[in-house]
Design a protein. Sequence first.
Length: 259
Amino acid sequence: MQKIIDLNCDMGEGFGHWVLGEAPDEDLMALISSANIAAGFHAGDPNSMDRVIKLAQVYGVGLGAHPGYRDLQGFGRRFIQTTHEELVNDIIYQVGAVREFGRRHGIRLQHVKPHGALYMEAARNEELSLHMIESLGAISGDLLIYCMGVSKTYEVAKRLGHPVVREFYADRDYGTDGAIVFTRRVGRPDPDAIAQKCLRACLEGKVSTVEGKDIDIAFESICFHSDTPGALDIGRAIRATLTENGIHIAPASAVLETA
């Protein structure tokens, strides 16, 4: 049973006057314990980073950089063919932006979580994961990496002894291999059903797959997305359900300390 868990959400995913998702950032920030801040390549800009990172400081939320492919039009969800060196340089560039705005507001960078297609590419690409983790380790050896438990990213981080956080996806479906799958949803997801899914994962270490089978799942953080329809109700339901069942919500750095 998980007695303490991190609850993370992707934040600041707009650009200029364009805002993604229906929930106000401040309302979401009050629910979570770690925030993944869009760093300008798939979404986000200097003004949004400054605003959302200041909210993270106010609410005592763990600060994370959320770097993606250089793909504003596709929201970082399209694979881009380039070298690992270029990708890692793009990641370092974006991490630096979030870190410096964090310093401005007196909040330390806790973690890095790649976004979208970059997250999935690193999950299956050992060479990219190796180069990314070695490079991030050169910046800070205690900078947490968020990833799926069934990923090359996790394998490489454990092999190198780099601190790593496995995620459980509240608002995504799972296949029997333990990886997330993307299915088209009709309408808004049921917040209570998602909350019960998270509670079961914490209490039993199990999740049901799209094939109707139960599999084991291990994680330190639960993720839901700010652009999922009804995200605010989902976040409220998850937090209330977990806390009512004796599960404490805290930033990932605190969760790892208790492991």
